[in-house]
Write a protein that binds this ligand. Structure first.
Ligand code: PLP
Length: 433
């Protein structure tokens, strides 16, 4: 089956059903997959010609919408030069300029950029940086991590070990994962000062375990896949001070929040602080290709390289892929050239107005919006298949999980499409009651 472009939809859907294992799915009872054949702007086109307004930005990534002429041009130009070349011993302008761009737009003192292929790997790299740093500076007992309850950092082993071991999706692997420490997530909402109660759990863990702690890792301001919860910058500010006091590194996972989604270019700006290590991914290439990066301060980089190994021990085959780097450069330029901050405010206002009606539904526990993210939390887990079918019938693409029905549309969505997206989300939920 090579000539898929000439195969009927039924034919390639059968290949898919027979052979492909989709994320978080069973091969015994495969979910009905929705065949998508093209995408432009905020619309996905299905095999039967129907169009859906995309409310997911392909899991936070397609911030400029699909098939963007500027990103297409960047990709084509790079393709003519070189689509890939190994990064060990060789370098190229697309990666070098991406490194400079990332350092320019992230807060000081982040100066070094380690490029990788996916968000999960960027987290692995961050964890390894923290561990190798302490080993190199003569504190090899500092090997544990402190993460937040409801956190999510990816599906690879190191990353899984920092996800909530109770409510998270990886508890099956708990026995073989390193045992890290978990603090209660802050309860105060975005915009509020952190209370003593918010700080108590993490402060106690830092006090009692700092000698064995390499780093605190968390998603700043927005806890994503672990519950779509928002909390305030003040918590981050107080935590930064605690990490300094107890000599524990701070890793921010900005894989979902990076590049404007929370209303700031990076969510740590809500707190006016900088982590020691920061992970970015998802929207880095505007959703075109898999690319991520782990940034660290000069202190960490120097510490690692002055240590026993003398080098940082990591090197993915596709590290610094030129095609992905060229698109990332173009995507960042496109974002910065736009009035993205006003645009996110516009989307936040549209989400607040459009999703408010959901709060009147009996099945809804809460509605909350921040930046380009709108969340409807249900009282009970949704019937995914039934709800998804309703969304599609109403012309929108939303993928709920558990009790969470949420949207983070591409930044280019028009007011009219945003209003329609919200209206249809609420209408589908009402029809499910
Ligand atoms: N960290 C956060 C906060 C995420 O939201 C995700 C993905 O959802 C990841 C890490 C993992 O990224 P990836 O799926 O690219 O491996």
């Amino acid at each position: 089956p090579t000539d898929y472009q000439h195969a009927s939809t039924e034919q390639w859907l059968k290949w898919d059903k027979d052979h492909i294992w989709h994320p978080y799915s069973s091969v015994l009872n495969p979910p009905a997959m929705i065949p998508v054949v093209s995408a432009k702007g905020v619309r996905l086109t299905l095999a039967d010609g129907r169009e859906l307004i995309d409310g997911m930005s392909s899991w936070w990534s397609a911030i400029h919408g699909y098939n963007h002429p500027v990103l297409n041009t960047a990709a084509k130009a790079q393709l003519d030069d070189m689509s890939h070349v190994m990064f060990g011993g060789l370098t190229h302008p697309a990666a070098a300029s991406l490194g400079k761009r990332l350092v320019d737009i992230t807060p000081a003192p982040l100066t070094r950029v380690f490029i990788s292929d996916s968000g999960s790997v960027a987290v692995e790299v961050a964890i390894k940086m923290a561990l190798q740093y302490w080993y190199s500076v003569g504190q090899p007992t500092k090997t544990r991590l402190l993460a937040l309850r409801n956190g999510y950092h990816g599906d690879t082993f190191g990353a899984m070990a920092t996800c909530d071991p109770v409510t998270g999706m990886h508890h099956l692997f708990n026995k073989v994962l390193p045992e890290h420490l978990f603090a209660e997530a802050p309860q105060t909402a975005f915009g509020e000062q952190a209370t003593d109660a918010d700080m108590a759990s993490i402060k106690t863990l830092l006090q009692n375990h700092h000698h064995e702690l390499a780093a605190v890792i968390l998603e700043p301001v927005v806890q994503g896949a672990g519950g779509m919860r928002f909390y305030g910058g003040d918590y981050l500010k107080q935590l930064r001070a605690l990490c300094d006091e107890f000599d524990v590194l701070l890793i921010h996972d900005e894989i979902a929040t990076g590049f404007g989604r929370s209303g700031k270019l990076f969510a740590c700006e809500h707190a006016g602080i900088s982590p020691d290590i920061m992970c970015v991914g998802k929207a880095l290439t505007g959703g075109y290709l898999s690319l991520a990066a782990t940034l660290c301060s000069e202190k960490i980089a120097q510490g690692i390289c002055e240590g026993e190994a003398g080098v940082f021990m990591h090197g993915p085959t596709f590290m610094g892929n030129p095609l992905a780097c060229s698109i990332a450069n173009a995507s960042i330029d496109l974002l910065l050239a736009s009035d993205w901050q006003s645009n996110i405010q516009r989307i936040e206002a549209g989400l607040n107005a459009g999703l408010a009606a959901a709060a009147n539904l009996n099945s809804v526990a809460a509605v909350r919006c921040l930046g380009g993210i709108g969340v409807i939390e249900m009282k009970a887990p949704v019937n995914m298949a039934s709800l998804q079918a309703r969304f599609i019938a109403k012309g929108i693409w939303i993928r709920p999980f558990g009790k969470l029905v949420y949207t983070m549309p591409p930044y280019i969505i028009s007011d009219a499409d945003l209003a329609l997206l919200c209206q249809q989300m609420v209408a589908a939920l009402a029809a499910e009651e």
